[in-house]
Design a protein around this ligand. Structure first.
Ligand code: BES
Ligand code: ZN
Ligand code: ZN
Length: 491
């Protein structure tokens, strides 16, 4: 969908459908008049969730869609994202090719026009995506071609940025929905290679042989039960530019998680194709960072493999010697994400970056803590965690921090090796002990860990996401990078 901005009064402008947001008891005069003309004057006062569609022969646009937001003081930015989705659905239902929206509230408000325009565009672009790559196209299910934002203020930059961000997230969703038989580790590497070409990123893939040479037995150990060879993908943005701060992004790329020998129950196992989401989200972040030209140096490290129970699979009790020299007793082969992340984090730490951020669908336990409404966050850098929290509120991909007290690290100590890969058979503090394990591999590098297992799959009932991967984390981490750079400049 093309998203464009025009700085002018929408009443002078022809459109297929013009959307006009209204707050409760603040329906503009001209709108009230138009509404009473059609006999619905009193009915629409801008209550939350109410919409009215009117033909408007007296205006240049063919129809107006009024959307109620409730009282202005209680409206959240997320409501504007949801409204963006509503507009898309309304336009699709009318079989239009696109729609226009008026963002202009006259004066000081709880949210600025800039933020509102951003939110509406994000919600619309995210809601416009259809995910059914292998289905014969049904008629009438087309995506919209165009969205125009109108305002008397200049919102050009905000509209373009929001569209770029949401598109990067959609890109992650499109890659994420690919099933494991197509999106093998090798294909994921090829996908990253294509992205690198498009966005001018540095690109390197380490295959099985190189991983063996380097001693990455975490990644290798997880891969042994699979017919597919593992990879470690490395992408670089602004690699050659001197004087920029450097952040490393690490993403879990398990293209399918059967659990391995500690095999998962079959119910719902099909969803484990989304166990690559961490890696896929980082691809989206790299795309967004390059498009927005964020002044920072980025390295993305994406370890990718299947976790399968083949004849050569790692067995419970096996001991792996990790990239940083620590030994790990594999008690449960289903706790595989931490094994591949550990090697990547240790490798990243060697580069001496200013910060490492990892994203992973790491534990089922995070959904027990936060349900579907938040990302679990842990780490060693208070300032970055704070900033991440703020960015979560801003972009609607909220995070909540859990503690990493030393007692949790105690739980990860092994009997026959330095570490074991699960904290307890009962699974207590599962999200935290997983992070405590990762902490053993980040060295002194400040680090933020995002457990995204709770938010990465949508059943289609929530807001602007259709059924499938949400790509959550793309807008969060990109927003974080932007603000992190700004904060650093200020210091
Ligand atoms: N990929 C799973 C975590 C997961 C669960 C992601 C549900 C998305 C939805 C991970 O590899 C896993 O299996 N974790 C285990 C760890 C346990 C064995 C300590 C879990 O959470 O049950
Ligand atoms: Zn697992
Ligand atoms: Zn997993």
């Amino acid at each position: 969908m093309k998203v464009v901005f025009e700085q002018r009064d929408f009443r002078e402008t022809p459109a297929e459908m013009m959307v006009v947001p209204c707050f409760k008891k603040e329906v503009p005069k001209w709108a009230q008049e138009a509404l009473s003309k059609y006999g619905v004057g009193g009915d629409f006062t801008g209550e939350k969730g109410k919409t009215y569609l009117l033909p408007t022969p007296e205006m240049k646009s063919r129809r107006v869609l009024f959307i109620g937001f409730g009282r202005e003081k209680t409206v959240e930015l997320e409501d504007f994202r949801l409204a963006g989705a509503k507009m898309v659905r309304a336009a699709k239902a009318l079989k239009l090719d696109g729609f226009s929206v008026w963002v202009d509230f006259n004066g000081a408000r709880r949210h600025s026009e800039k933020d509102v325009a951003r939110a509406v565009v994000e919600g619309a672009v995210l809601a416009n995506l259809k995910l059914a790559p292998y289905k014969k196209k049904k008629r009438g299910e087309k995506e919209l071609g165009k969205m125009v934002v109108f305002s008397r203020m200049d919102l050009e930059k905000e509209v373009a940025e929001a569209a770029a961000l949401a598109r990067a997230q959609n890109y992650a969703r499109i890659v994420g929905v690919e099933p494991a038989n197509f999106m093998t580790p090798k294909k994921l590497a090829e996908t990253a290679g294509r992205l690198a070409k498009e966005c001018g990123l540095g690109f390197r893939v380490m295959g099985k042989k190189e991983l063996e040479k380097m001693g990455m037995h975490g990644i290798l150990g997880v891969s042994y039960g699979s017919a597919q060879e593992p990879v470690l993908v490395e992408l670089k943005y602004n690699a050659g530019v001197k004087g920029l701060p450097h952040i490393i992004l690490v993403g879990k790329g398990i293209t399918f998680d059967s659990g391995g020998i500690s095999i998962k129950p079959s119910k719902g196992m099909d969803l484990m194709k989304y166990d690559k989401s961490g890696a896929v989200v980082m691809l989206g972040v790299m795309r967004a960072a390059a498009e927005l030209k964020i002044p920072i140096k980025l390295t993305a490290l994406l370890p990718a493999t299947e976790n399968m129970p083949g004849g050569s699979a790692t067995k419970p009790g096996d001991i792996l010697k990790m990239y940083n020299g620590k030994s790990v007793e594999v008690i449960n082969t289903d706790a595989e994400g931490r094994l591949i992340l550990a090697d990547a984090l240790a490798y990243g730490d060697e580069m001496g970056p200013d910060l490492m951020i990892d994203a992973a669908t790491l534990t089922g336990a995070v959904s027990i803590v936060l349900g579907r409404h938040g990302i679990g966050m842990l780490g060693t850098d208070k300032a970055s965690a704070h900033l991440m929290y703020d960015c979560g509120l801003e972009c609607g991909e909220r995070v909540w921090e859990l503690p990493l007290w030393k007692e949790y690290s105690e739980m990860m100590k092994g009997d026959y090796a330095d570490l074991k890969n699960i904290g307890s058979e009962s699974g207590e503090a599962g999200t935290i002990t997983a992070a405590a394990f990762l902490k053993e591999f980040v060295g002194k590098t400040p680090w933020v860990h995002l457990d995204i297992a709770s938010v990465e799959w949508s059943d289609g009932s929530q807001g602007y996401f259709c059924k499938g991967p949400t790509g959550k984390g793309v807008r969060l981490i990109t927003t974080f990078l932007k603000r992190w750079v700004l904060n650093r400049k200020r210091k």
